[in-house]
Ligand binder design. Structure first.
Ligand SMILES: Cc1ncc(COP(=O)(O)O)c(C=O)c1O
Length: 371
């Protein structure tokens, strides 16, 4: 048997009839750009997320850039970002002439450290990007508190965490991506809800901001050939929207399958020097990744042994933002990044996807324990 990090083709086969019908619908209606599938998917996703405005766009990286543009940030403004994350948020900020302020993450949850954010705020700081990494929400209550007290705009990058929810101390449970000013999503094929190509979306509860974001995705047009803003061309293709709309009703099953596999790993992985993923009590976890921490400098050796046994694994992420050549001279580092640095040496993500039965994670766990 060929073990894969994700089994996209297996998932397609499971839903093939619905997906093929959806694709055929687009191919035969000829509305390949801005077809009815795009609006239909946006309204279904909005309903899934409790009624927030959904603005589809080309991909998650564009969504981050459009979010920063939509909030009216100016060159030289600072945006606080985590040191341990995918690079998209930092890249988008730098492209707009903003200064990313890089802060440490929590060693257990991998997510941005609220106290590091609080300590990093300067007179030039205007925004904070909270990345809900690997499928679990950041600790939003203190982050929202810091944002409120310092007048910062808050963008939630939930590219990896569609379906996750955060519970506030008063008991309110809220979907990831709907707590700050803007949430962003990616529909990259391997994401919780993945298309068969690129795709993304912006989320906001603010009607006027939603309209501005919508205009930014279509060359800043308020109506055809009336350009009010400097925007971009960033659209979700009708074909991708049709696929996503066909898959959205199954998102609960996708998440349950991932959580079931994670529960098997949690129960069975026992090897010395390995830590299973920490679960933040205030957040649900949709397990976009199942990420172990391997101490004692043994991560790469374990990765090699797994590879010999035909078990793939991946290091997300091998370098923190402050150590990336392209960004080094364009960022401000605020405080120690000790946890981020340690994580780049310890993390190892093992296979998790929607097509796993209980046996596969059990086999992988047993192998990890015995080697
Ligand atoms: C946390 C995070 N943010 C943003 C992105 C960018 O999304 P896209 O690949 O759709 O541009 C990704 C990944 O792919 C991601 O993992």
């Amino acid at each position: 048997m060929q073990i894969q990090m994700v089994d996209l083709v297996g998932q397609y086969r499971r839903y093939q009839t619905e997906i093929d019908d959806a694709l055929r619908g687009v191919l035969t209606n000829g509305r390949y750009i801005n077809g009815p599938e795009v609006g239909s998917f946006a309204s279904h996703l909005s309903a899934y997320l409790g009624g927030t405005h959904v603005i589809p766009c080309g991909n998650g990286t564009d969504a981050l850039q459009i979010a920063l543009m939509g909030l009216g940030l100016k060159p030289g403004d600072e945006v606080i970002v985590p040191a341990f994350t995918y690079a998209a948020a930092v890249e988008a900020a730098i492209l707009l002439g903003l200064t990313p302020v890089v802060v440490d993450v929590d060693y257990d949850s991998f997510n941005i450290l609220p106290e590091a954010v609080e300590a990093a705020v300067s007179k030039r700081t205007r925004a904070l990007i909270a990345v809900h990494l690997f499928g679990q929400c950041c600790d939003m209550s203190p982050l929202l508190d810091t944002a409120r007290r310092h007048g910062l705009r808050l963008i939630e990058d939930k590219a990896q965490s569609l379906g996750a929810a955060y519970t506030f101390p008063d008991g309110r449970q809220v979907p990831a991506g709907t707590m700050g000013d803007i949430g962003i999503l990616s529909f990259f094929p391997t994401k919780i809800l993945g298309g068969y190509g690129d795709g993304g979306a912006l989320l906001t509860a603010d009607e006027a901001l939603a309209e501005r974001l919508r205009q930014l995705t279509v060359h800043g047009q308020s109506e055809k050939y009336r350009h009010r803003l400097i925007g971009c061309n960033s659209r979700l293709d009708s074909l991708q929207a049709a696929v996503l709309d066909a898959k959205l009703p199954h998102i609960g099953a996708f998440i349950e399958a991932r959580q079931a596999a994670a529960a098997v790993y949690d129960r069975l992985i026992r090897a010395e020097g390995l830590r299973i993923p920490f679960r933040l009590p205030a957040s649900t976890h949709v397990f976009h990744q199942y990420t172990l921490r391997v101490s004692g400098g043994q991560r790469d050796a374990l990765k090699g042994r797994l590879q010999e046994a035909g078990i793939p694994s991946a290091v997300y992420y091998p370098l923190s933002i402050d150590r990336q050549e392209a960004y080094r001279s364009r960022i401000r580092i605020a405080g120690s990044l000790e946890n981020a640095h340690r994580l780049t040496e310890e993390v190892l993500s093992i296979p998790i996807h929607t097509e796993m039965d209980d046996e596969l994670p059990a086999q992988i766990a047993t192998y990890i324990n015995t080697k």
